[in-house]
Ligand binder design. Structure first.
Ligand code: SF4
Ligand code: SF4
Ligand code: FES
Length: 262
């Protein structure tokens, strides 16, 4: 027998001076394969057209429908209601600016950190020549870069991060993963010192408490902890560069203590 779901939704419009933050209850009949996104759409279509939440692709690709689902950040379109109890409590993602109800502005946040880490390939090539032959890359390396490029910027890992919630300048796991993506890209000519300047501080790798909240909630299953570890080791080795003899540093690198730049 299908369940009657009780959805308790955070309601607040920060642009309306009369709006007061509150929880509002809605009820929908569950059916097979219902996602949380479908339940929210039913509420909007049949009960309250004013409920605000974001979506675009409905397939876990655009990253817009992130919200806190019974205390855990996740994507509404990626969440089957059958995996939840019949009482579902929904809040907007913390850390990001609230637009209204369950809708937050992740775009501005990600654009700003993207500028801080200069999230583009820093190459010596000054001009694009369409007549040039395409530059080649080993398949294995291209796949490694693609793996890190799968982030959909949903913000779930940032919302789950204790450090990001305590300090608004913390870049978060998604950003450090993005740095790792450029670090392993052979076309990017930045040195270890350049990377140290970007993430070798409390706003970057050293602010991370390593409690794994980010990786646990990532809907794309990106190995965020591996990237945090690789970046941390690279920075640590870089900071003893002038102290340890080069031979020892090289040996540590070859032992896999540092992800070598290709
Ligand atoms: S491991 Fe680091 S980045 Fe991930 S949630 Fe914890 S503090 Fe945040
Ligand atoms: S790393 Fe995962 S959880 Fe974080 S923003 Fe990207 S897709 Fe979302
Ligand atoms: S609607 Fe695109 S990720 Fe959910």
């Amino acid at each position: 027998m299908s369940r009657r779901l009780h959805l308790e939704i955070f309601r607040y419009n920060p642009l309306d001076p009369d709006s007061v933050p509150r929880m509002q209850s809605f009820y929908v009949n569950e059916y097979d394969s219902m996602t949380l996104f479908i339940a929210l759409n039913l509420i909007r279509e049949e009960q309250d057209p004013g409920v605000q939440f974001d979506f675009c692709c409905r397939a876990g690709i655009c990253g817009s429908c992130g919200m806190v689902i019974n205390g855990r950040p996740g994507l509404a379109c990626h969440t089957q209601t059958r995996d939840l109890p019949d009482h579902i409590v929904l809040h907007p993602l913390p850390v990001f600016k609230l637009i209204g109800d369950l809708s937050v502005d992740t775009g501005t946040w990600f654009r700003n950190v993207g500028k801080r880490i200069e999230a583009w390939v820093h190459t010596d090539d000054t001009a694009f020549n369409p007549a040039d032959e395409e530059s080649r890359m080993e398949n294995a390396l291209a796949e490694q870069i693609f793996e890190l490029d799968r982030c959909v910027e949903c913000g779930c890992c940032i919302a789950a991060c204790g450090t990001a919630r305590m300090r608004e300048d913390f870049m978060g796991a998604a950003t450090i993963n993005r740095v790792a993506r450029f670090y392993i890209d052979p076309r990017d000519k930045r040195s270890d010192d350049d990377y140290y300047d970007v993430i070798g501080n409390d706003e970057g790798v050293f602010g991370c408490m390593g409690l794994l909240g980010c990786e646990d909630v990532c809907p794309k299953k990106i190995p965020l902890q591996d990237q945090l570890g690789i970046m941390r080791r690279m920075l640590a080795l870089n900071s003893v560069k002038g102290i340890l003899p080069k031979g020892i540093l090289d040996r540590l690198r070859h032992k896999g203590c540092c992800h070598e730049k290709h």
